[in-house]
Design a protein around this ligand. Structure first.
Ligand code: NAG
Ligand code: NAG
Ligand code: NAG
Length: 377
């Protein structure tokens, strides 16, 4: 700071305050690609110049797609507005965004797989080093468009968000379609005395489009502090869990819950600091999201060496049951895990499952008086 004179400090402060404003929750500038490139910078659907799409920079084979456009015998649709982009092999789109240093952000975007089989998208922010590989081969909606979330911690006030398709398909026109890129500041909740689970009610999470009734997928994430679902990890190879909101779904408590849509292939997990020998109680709700997901569902809740199985019979119209598990900690960290042991699909063939919500963990042992603990040592 000694290098800065007064004026530069003022300028810096101004910059910080505009940055905070610029990073409001919602679509990025031209995040839905509705501002079109100039025809002179296109060859057919291919975008020919780096800065042709307003507010974006592109690299590689990027196509500008209009809703209703045909590809072989496939009619392309767009989830929001009338336009989207397609990323060919090694193609990327990027945008500079103003953020607040050290804050956490979640990015939500919609993606649709086209002809390639095992597609992944690489999302990163530069300057790095944060990046993630999002598997998008599983389709969770009948439209083919799913919204995905990814999160990062801002290391600078100005970062570039990059969505890159590594891709290895012979046909560059088989790359994924991207639309509706949005950002949301995350305020990761802390554990408290009354709930040792962070974000146990799943209220903090990714940006959800107000007009998108299909939820937001949280792909595998094995670090809790960079999770778009703060506090929680999603343990899976390629499958995701779905954040659902009360505006479009039945949610047991508060405004959000998590739908376990991929059976045994995905576990929702949180690590909690515990004291070996002490007793704890885990409570949570299991229900259905009111999205027509019918049948007998089963959620297993694990904590340390304890396990409870909750059976819930879904009519597909919303509702839930409460479950409880008491256990003694055997280590100084205990994993709390929720897994759906059933695979369920809706009438349209899309994956669905039970919702988990309102989870809490409390210590139920009598606190030992400090003197006695000292004596034992
Ligand atoms: C599109 O490009 C042409 C040729 O470069 C230019 O004359 C025209 O003003 C551009 N239109 C817009 C809307 O930028
Ligand atoms: C446009 O694309 C066609 C087909 O790929 C190609 O033959 C042509 O040379 C391209 N035109 C320009 C101006 O790049
Ligand atoms: C994603 O892309 C970035 C930038 O191209 C790269 O540094 C990073 O290693 C990639 N990450 C993964 C997981 O492939």
């Amino acid at each position: 700071m000694a290098f800065y004179n007064g004026a530069r400090v003022v300028a810096l402060l101004l910059l910080v305050s505009t940055a905070a404003r610029a990073a409001g929750d919602g679509l990025l500038l031209n995040g839905n690609f509705e501002y079109q490139p100039n025809k002179s910078q296109m060859n057919g659907t291919r975008v020919m110049a780096e800065y042709a799409i307003p507010y974006w920079k592109i690299t590689g084979f990027v196509e500008y797609i209009s809703s209703g456009q045909k590809q072989s015998d496939m009619l392309l649709t767009v989830p929001e507005g009338a336009h989207a982009v397609r990323l060919g092999n090694e193609a990327s789109i990027q945008q500079q965004i103003s953020v607040t240093r050290v804050m956490y952000y979640s990015i939500t975007f919609s993606a649709a797989r086209t002809c390639a089989q095992s597609e992944k998208l690489n999302v990163s922010v530069a300057p790095g080093p944060e990046s993630g590989e999002l598997p998008i081969q599983t389709v969770y909606t009948s439209s083919g468009w799913d919204s995905y979330a990814w999160a990062f911690k801002a290391k600078r006030g100005l970062v570039s968000l990059i969505i890159h398709n590594h891709g290895e398909d012979d046909d560059p026109a088989c790359g994924p379609l991207i639309d509706s890129v949005a950002i949301k500041t995350l305020y990761p909740p802390q554990a408290t005395q009354s709930n040792m689970l962070k974000n146990g009610d799943f209220e903090e999470g990714p940006y959800m489009f107000p007009n998108a009734p299909w939820g937001v997928m949280v792909p595998p994430i094995s670090e809790d502090d960079h999770s778009p679902l703060p506090g929680w990890m999603v343990m899976s190879d390629t499958k995701a869990v779905k954040c659902v909101d009360s505006a479009h779904y039945a949610v047991p408590h508060g405004a959000r819950a998590v739908e376990l849509v991929s059976g045994l292939e995905t576990a929702l997990m949180q690590e909690v600091r515990t004291v070996p020998g002490r007793s704890y109680r885990l409570e949570f709700s299991v229900g259905d999201a009111g999205d027509g997901c019918l049948g007998s569902m089963q959620v297993k809740g694990y904590a340390g060496q304890g396990c409870t199985t909750v059976t819930y019979n879904s009519q597909g119209t919303g509702g839930h049951t409460r479950a409880s598990l008491e256990f003694a900690a055997v280590a100084d960290t205990t994993r709390v895990v929720f897994v759906s042991s059933t695979y369920t699909t809706k009438w349209d063939g899309t994956l669905c499952g039970p919702v988990v919500d309102d989870a809490s963990l409390v210590c139920v042992s009598q606190q030992q008086p400090p003197a006695r603990r000292l004596l034992r040592l």
